[in-house]
Design a protein around this ligand. Structure first.
Ligand SMILES: [Zn+2]
Length: 254
């Protein structure tokens, strides 16, 4: 799948810098495994869209006239991230860190129940971050007044097991930079996860899920009681997802 990105801005750090305490297995010492940090690049809009994103494109067109004022979108550098193995048995090379907060999102720590999420829990491939940021901006343009979206765990800096030993229920997948948990918007607009399904703004949540699908998500796992849907080959109902949708992109580089 073709997915081109704009404005390459990357800062390479030495491996391990700022990551003390990361419990990520597979944090290898190989020289090819650099750690890069995604930097805010105001004014550089992500202008390319995923192929086949007809729903997304239409939404952008129809909202252009009355587009809300939003901070400049963040451009995602294309740094050659590699998703190795599988989401439930894999690792991440040359990953990018999602900033704790951004123009369209706030990260959330599902274990400590605080914002932002801890730095070692929000790493993904360059393509996942570009995909995510594109959909979040599209969603916010289409829903004027909608608050930023709460983003949960992605992967560890080098991927690898992300189980309950790191707190909470843990994740069976989230191992190779292709998965991200996105918290459903609340009806009261508060930036915290819904406590019960009645707290979920279903219209906004469905819109968000549909935009991920339209932009080419491989899977969107939603909860059993939250009443969200979509193409059954993509939107799948599973337990433990009544407060967030787990989005996975395909490993396009393989
Ligand atoms: Zn997940």
């Amino acid at each position: 799948m073709s997915f081109r990105l704009t404005a390459l801005v990357a800062v390479a750090l030495t491996a391990g810098a700022g990551l003390a305490g990361c419990g990520g297995a597979g944090a290898g010492a190989s020289g090819i495994e650099q750690v890069r940090v995604l930097r805010l690049n105001p004014g550089a809009l992500v202008t390319k869209q995923p192929r086949g994103a007809t729903t997304v494109r239409a939404a952008l067109t129809t909202t252009a006239a009355g587009a809300p004022r939003l901070p400049p979108a963040m451009a995602v550098p294309q740094v050659g991230s590699l998703a190795i193995g599988r989401p439930n048995r894999g690792r991440l090379v040359n990953g990018l860190q999602l900033p704790g907060t951004g123009p369209d999102w706030v990260t959330y720590d599902p274990v400590l129940h605080q914002v932002p999420n801890r730095p070692d829990r929000r790493w993904g491939t360059d393509r996942l971050l570009a995909f995510l940021l594109f959909v979040l901006r599209d969603y916010r343009l289409a829903n004027p007044g909608a608050p930023p979206v709460l983003i949960g765990d992605l992967s560890l800096p080098y991927g690898g097991p992300f189980g309950s030993d790191l707190g909470g229920l843990g994740h069976a997948s989230h191992q190779n930079g292709l998965d991200v948990d996105v918290v459903y918007p609340r009806r009261d607009g508060q930036l915290r996860p819904p406590d019960r399904v009645a707290d979920v703004d279903r219209a906004l949540a469905q819109d968000l899920v549909s935009r991920f699908v339209g932009a080419g998500a491989q899977f969107a796992f939603v909860g059993t009681r939250v009443g969200l849907g979509g193409p059954p080959e993509v939107v799948q109902v599973i337990p433990h997802h009544n407060d967030h949708v787990h989005v996975r992109i395909a490993n396009w580089r393989r």
